[in-house]
Design a protein around this ligand. Structure first.
Ligand SMILES: CC(C)(COP(=O)(O)OP(=O)(O)OC[C@H]1O[C@@H](n2cnc3c(N)ncnc32)[C@H](O)[C@@H]1OP(=O)(O)O)[C@@H](O)C(=O)NCCC(=O)NCCS
Length: 368
């Protein structure tokens, strides 16, 4: 494989750099001597700084081979190492790397490790054109490490029981990974948006949106959708289902939310609703955005559109529950992604796991 070796990586708050032998004191003080840090790791807690120093001497010499990936993590503006991130296993046949990491206890809970992990994953895929998979594992009894992997954008693969050994003995191991095909660039999302909504920025109504209004396009990988993430208990008079009633009644309800949406609905539109006492409280259309090739993968995309709750029924969880149910329907119908087009309510959809993939205003996509 065409390795690039350990070069300095900068993130928003961190600098990941090569070790030096004089990092021994910081390394020993911050993590190698702390049994709480090493509890779920495979190497024993160090009992002297000399031991850490001799290990570091070896680590530093390994850089010479040009294929070692081993960074000391520092906070920008302060050169002291606070933790470690490294490639700990490599399988040349499948072009796959395992990443391991640890962080001094004082620095836990501040999002440093997801930031470092995300950057290392990007660095490896950018640097090694034949790398196909990066993965990481954790002892099932150490779920915080799994949170790091999730926050870094890794996907849960599964659990292999009793498959690894650490300072607590044999353990059930959770596996997370990123495949090269998972990495989608902003340019690829922009291309997808243009396929889903051709000529969008040429439309008159888009040109008239005030420039300072920034809208989002959001997506959710349906395999990862968790219908239990947003759960509300409703009285029996609140129900959900496809709309099969009178079209005039539907138009009247839409008109009470955003009159400009009424012409977007026809008698044929597939509409899903939340009802209170059988009356429309919340509505949306279920849209099929078709199949698209992104990063070599075929994605079948659909989503709720024109989502509205009548003013008198807002703030009761009806709207979000309806969107959650539509998302589940798409998943059951084997769509790959849920797509929310043109929203200013991105925070609201985030409650279900939708993530912003593009932001735009009337002039076009905002490059960030
Ligand atoms: C956006 C809209 C659909 C919300 O409907 P709703 O039925 O009032 O929303 P819900 O009651 O289901 O909201 C559920 C939760 O989201 C929260 N929430 C509501 N609006 C929110 C927002 N804009 N951002 C973040 N959270 C929000 C609620 O507080 C509630 O939280 P909780 O259950 O944790 O207490 C409704 O305000 C509406 O019709 N607006 C006009 C049309 C529109 O803008 N549609 C979106 C087009 S993309």
């Amino acid at each position: 494989m065409n390795t690039v070796g350990t070069k300095t990586i900068e993130t928003e708050r961190l600098v990941l750099r090569r070790y030096r032998v004089d990092d021994a004191e910081d390394m020993y003080g911050n993590w190698t001597s702390d049994p709480e840090v090493t509890k779920f790791l495979s190497w024993p807690t160090h009992t002297s700084v000399d031991f850490t120093r001799s290990l570091l001497t070896k680590w530093v010499s390994f850089y010479e081979d040009g294929k070692t990936y081993n960074w000391g993590i520092t906070i920008k503006g302060n050169d002291h190492v606070i933790g470690n991130i490294a490639v700990v296993e490599r399988d040349e046949r499948t072009c796959s790397y395992e990443i391991g990491y640890c962080l001094g206890k004082k620095f836990w809970g501040q999002g440093y490790m997801p930031e470092a992990l995300r950057a290392v994953i990007r660095y490896l895929f950018d640097g090694e054109s034949d790398l196909m998979r990066v993965y990481a594992t954790h002892d099932l009894r150490n779920p915080n490490s799994g949170r790091v992997m999730q926050k870094a954008g890794m996907r849960f693969d599964g659990i292999l029981r009793g498959s690894k050994k650490n300072n607590q003995g044999l353990h059930d191991t959770a596996y997370y990974s990123v495949l090269r095909s998972d990495l989608v660039t902003p340019e690829q999302y922009e291309k997808l948006f243009a396929e889903i909504k051709p000529g969008f920025f040429e439309r008159e109504y888009v040109k008239q949106i005030p420039e300072e209004w920034v809208a989002s396009e959001q997506m959710l990988r349906l395999q990862e959708f968790d219908a239990e993430r947003y759960q509300k208990v409703f009285p029996a008079n609140v129900t959900f289902g496809y709309y099969t009633g009178d079209f005039e009644e539907l138009k009247e309800a839409i008109g009470k939310v955003i009159p400009g949406w009424v012409p977007l609905f026809s008698e044929e539109t597939l509409v899903y609703c939340g009802f209170v006492d059988g009356k429309i409280a919340s509505f949306c259309m279920i849209e099929d955005f078709g199949e698209h090739i992104v990063n070599g993968e075929k994605w079948k995309i659909g989503g709720p559109g024109c989502v509205g709750t009548l003013p008198e029924y807002r703030g009761r969880g009806i709207g979000l529950t309806m969107v959650s149910k539509v998302t589940q329907i798409l998943r059951d119908e084997l769509y790959d992604y849920g797509y929310i087009h043109y929203t200013f309510e991105w925070k609201w959809y985030e409650k279900l796991g939708y993530k912003t993939v593009l932001r735009w205003n009337c002039r076009g996509v905002i490059k960030e």
